[in-house]
Design a protein around this ligand. Sequence first.
Ligand SMILES: [Zn+2]
Ligand SMILES: [Zn+2]
Length: 75
Amino acid sequence: MDTTTKRICPRCNYSGRDGDVSCPYCGLDLISGCPVCGAPIRVVFAKFCYGCGTPLDSSSGAASVTGSKPEGSDG
Ligand SMILES: [Zn+2]
Ligand SMILES: [Zn+2]
């Protein structure tokens, strides 16, 4: 029985191996614990933290800053 915590990707739930730091698919940093309460992740395909219930999946809730608004005014 290995009680070591697992590292997963918050987006695609990629299960990191020993030495893995970033997700090879998304390039995101693998998390070994809940970013909110810090509870260690024991199951790879966890969608929600069992400690606080925060969604580990980044598909919803997280605000993404992307795209550029045509805010600049020329001249
Ligand atoms: Zn990923
Ligand atoms: Zn949590």
